[in-house]
Design a binder for this molecule. Structure first.
Ligand code: HAM
Length: 417
């Protein structure tokens, strides 16, 4: 085993998989740019206080943060997600509202690694700041939904909930606290620990021994104010109007503390239940204020790129594809001619690769075949002195031809049409 390997939960993404990642982000960018979202590129690292606002009582903040004190004595952390950074940027730059942005890139959480759960993972996402319209919630959800359809995924399900207004949520959490405390002997040990920190998160337990107690727990819907109920009903009617199927799941509380009103998760049909959320989001109307800005509505989602690609593999869609070049230059005359011609072809916008180290004709032709190129240019000593080269089609049954140097680029362009 080599002395150095990637750290646990971190991976190298190699070609051709890396090309699939690029296509994924490009497809997402196209989907959301067409809906008026502009890209934000926040830094990977922020003052740790930015992330504390995400939820003092969540594992993401208390246990999983990659934080350290930098050389200037600042306590900083690698971002565990990007919503907090977007809100910090909003407070810092005060753009006009509604501010509609999208992002992509890595996030860091010190979790126990397993299939679909990594310590460095990528997300793509959108956020909208400065609008409270429930139909905006529908737009945001529908953009996520459309993107999954664009990838070809058929088995994604949308789970929807509302956590109501802050007071509704507070009263609900207080009722849960009382209920779970009264029934503590029936809870799993893990849920007893969770209860001591955050009663809401007990609802998230996937342990079968907790099922019965959770089934009898108070329901958030009993705590909604009229406004919260109306907001939630409007979101549901909007989703129905767009024919987006959804399931109301009152146990959907999400792993971050900033949510109010609408919350949702996109669940993959083929993944293990502990890692089946391929995306999630919701409203976080108080977060901008918590970061020192004015009272501002906010909603968005993030999709897990690593996990969504696992779902794509499981469903046999959006497969990795090689990125072949158009032309491969074979040179048995020393390589200088290949160097020059390759450069000229690339300058003319023709994707071109070549062999190195003056290998044998046979080995270079093998490499040409492997490259996926459609045409090989063959250069031998005779060709160099005659300044004409052999063009050999590598696909189909066209004949090879000999072309003078001045005709090389136009002939290749014609052959590639
Ligand atoms: P989240 O649910 O923590 O929400 O993460 C969103 C998605 O990122 C998850 O559904 C999952 O697909 C992926 N993900 C999370 N952790 C991991 C991991 N350790 N390994 C692989 N994939 C992972 C957020 O991050 C919020 N910022 C979403 C949001 C945006 N809410 C409002 N706006």
């Amino acid at each position: 085993m080599p002395e150095f390997q990637t750290s646990p939960g971190m991976r190298d993404i190699l070609p051709p998989e890396s090309a699939r990642w690029r296509r994924f982000v490009a497809a997402f960018a196209e989907t959301v740019t067409a809906a008026g979202y502009g890209q934000i590129i926040p830094p990977l690292l922020e003052d740790i206080g930015v992330f504390h606002r995400v939820g003092e009582a969540t594992d993401i903040v208390t246990k999983e943060m990659y934080d350290f004190v930098d050389k200037g004595d600042r306590h900083v952390a690698l971002r565990p997600e990007q919503t907090a950074s977007v809100c910090r940027a909003f407070v810092q730059h005060r753009p006009a509202t509604p501010w509609k942005v999208w992002y992509s890139g890595p996030n860091f959480r010190y979790e126990r690694p397993q299939r679909g759960r990594y310590r460095q993972f990528d997300q793509v996402g959108i956020e909208v700041l400065g609008a409270n319209d429930p139909y905006l919630d529908v737009e945001v959800i529908s953009l996520g939904w459309s993107f999954f359809k664009r990838l070809g995924l058929q088995q994604v399900q949308l789970h929807l909930n509302s956590l109501g207004e802050p007071e509704n949520r507070q009263n609900f959490v207080a009722a849960l606290q009382t209920y779970f405390t009264d029934n503590i002997v029936r809870l799993s040990d893990a849920s007893k620990t969770t209860l001591a920190k955050n009663a809401l998160r007990v609802l998230d337990s996937k342990r079968p021994e907790d099922n019965e107690v959770i089934a009898g727990a108070p329901k958030i819907s009993d705590f909604y104010s009229d406004d919260a109920r109306l907001h939630f009903e409007t979101v549901q009617s909007g989703l129905r109007a767009l024919n987006i199927p959804f399931t109301v799941n009152e146990k959907l509380v999400r792993g971050l503390d900033y949510y109010r009103h609408t919350t949702f998760e996109f669940v993959g049909g083929t993944l293990d239940s502990a890692q089946n959320a391929i995306g999630g989001g919701g409203r976080y109307d108080g977060l901008v204020e918590d970061l020192g800005g004015p009272s501002t509505g906010g909603i968005g989602f993030a999709l897990g790129l690593d996990r969504t690609l696992i779902a794509c593999d499981d469903e046999g869609v959006f497969a990795p594809s090689p990125s072949p070049v158009d032309v491969f230059v074979v040179d048995t005359a020393g390589g200088l001619e290949a160097l020059i011609i390759t450069q000229q072809l690339r300058d003319a916008g023709i994707s071109t690769d070549r062999s190195y180290e003056n290998k044998s004709m046979k080995s270079q032709m093998k490499a040409a075949d492997k490259s996926g190129a459609r045409i090989a240019i063959i250069i031998g000593t005779d060709e160099v002195s005659a300044q004409s080269f052999v063009l050999r089609p590598l696909r189909g049954d066209e004949q090879q031809s000999t072309i003078s140097r001045s005709e090389l680029i136009p002939s290749i362009m014609k052959a590639l049409l």
